[in-house]
Ligand binder design. Structure first.
Ligand SMILES: NC(=O)c1ccc[n+]([C@@H]2O[C@H](COP(=O)([O-])OP(=O)(O)OC[C@H]3O[C@@H](n4cnc5c(N)ncnc54)[C@H](OP(=O)(O)O)[C@@H]3O)[C@@H](O)[C@H]2O)c1
Length: 333
């Protein structure tokens, strides 16, 4: 089969023939129709993601059709259209994943390929109202946004929610889910145009984090945020504590701006803030996320769709930071 292979750190993809995946006991073989990119893929390609071993076929998100199954798996799955839960081996504790937890696409080969073999328990029916491209784009960001907003952030109807870096995949999905949950949502972005697009989707307002007084401007927009969902961290994280409401929750799921700095402890304890980390989600949360999306007819916002052969161009798009939504690769159908 063909796959896009990363052969070494910071190198372009190499489109090449590789052996078909081995279908182990309990596995299904999926012929992939679409895959979607995540920021993690960029980190892996740059070589900044922990414990990266090359060569590797990256890609955590995929959708397609089951073409074969292991002897132990029901043959009735053959021919079904499916999406893949990218989070594997969560374990039995819903509060945190076990040490063996892994995300598809490292260390195991991922979805930038014609085929993938995954344990049958990680496939779910593709929602019929979504295309293969849309369904693949929903999975990793969907489960991350769902756990961050609902399980960790306990978002409530009518609450004031701030989502940072709205151009990102997780952020945009969090915006869609928070709006579906009837929260009042504000955003930040490095682009005024992206803030406008977010407002067209239903955001109540937003500020550009590249403007110096962004936190002051944010404070003027809302009388404090009950919940902040942040994927940036970095030097300006402390400003999020300034704009959080007393008793508010700050859920951190990413760190595109690097290490948290300048976070004043007194802000956290005097304002009774809860700082909550969130990563991916359990199998139950993945299924609940799909059900929630389906009930509210949420479709992921797609920035662009590239041909499978053009994975490098797709990666360049992600590197540019210009995207608004998910970057998808479409396999020949
Ligand atoms: N914990 C988890 O389970 C999990 C899951 C998925 C992703 N992540 C992490 O979450 C982060 C985002 O991932 P993604 O795939 O959604 O990324 P993405 O689609 O590549 O988007 C990255 C976004 O970061 C935003 N950004 C950059 N500088 C910012 C700043 N100073 N303040 C606020 N936002 C800023 C940008 O927003 P604008 O374009 O609007 O400026 C950009 O769209 C990454 O660190 C990723 O590793 C974690």
């Amino acid at each position: 089969m063909k796959a896009q292979v990363l052969e070494s750190k910071a190198s372009p993809f190499v489109l090449k023939d590789v052996p078909m995946p081995i279908v182990n006991a309990g596995d299904v073989l999926v012929r992939l129709k679409a895959s979607a990119m995540n920021h993690r893929d960029l980190y892996i390609r740059q070589g900044t993601y922990p414990r990266t071993n090359y060569p590797i076929i990256i890609g955590s998100d995929g959708s397609g059709v089951v073409e074969d199954v292991a002897a132990s798996v029901s043959r009735s799955l053959i021919g079904s259209s499916v999406v893949i839960n990218p989070g594997h081996n969560w374990g039995t504790n819903p509060n945190a994943q076990q040490r063996e937890f892994k995300i598809l696409g490292l260390p195991d080969n991922g979805t930038l390929a014609e085929y993938i073999a995954v344990p049958a328990k990680y496939i779910l029916p593709k929602p019929e109202y979504m295309s293969f491209e849309e369904a693949s784009a929903l999975m990793l960001v969907g489960v991350t946004a769902y756990r961050a907003l609902f399980t960790r952030g306990s978002v409530q109807r009518g609450e004031s929610v701030l989502i940072t870096g709205i151009g990102g995949g997780v952020a945009l999905t969090a915006l869609q889910f928070a709006l579906a949950a009837e929260a009042k949502v504000f955003v930040t972005s490095g682009s005024d145009a992206k803030i406008e697009k977010a407002m067209l989707l239903g955001a109540a307002g937003g500020v550009n984090y590249k403007s110096a007084p962004w936190a002051i401007d944010l404070a003027k927009l809302s009388n404090g945020f009950d919940l902040i969902v942040d994927g940036a961290a970095g030097a300006e994280f402390g400003k999020l504590l300034d704009v959080a409401s007393p008793g508010g929750r700050v859920v951190v799921y990413g760190s595109v701006q690097g290490k948290i700095q300048n976070a004043e402890a007194a802000r956290i304890y005097w304002k009774q803030l809860s700082i909550l980390g969130s990563t991916m989600g359990t199998e139950e949360e993945c299924a609940a996320m799909l059900a929630f999306a389906e009930a509210h007819r949420v479709k992921p916002i797609i920035d662009s769709v590239f041909r499978f052969e053009d994975a490098d161009a797709a990666m360049k798009r992600m590197e540019s930071g210009e995207q608004f939504g998910k970057i998808v690769l479409r396999n020949d159908q």
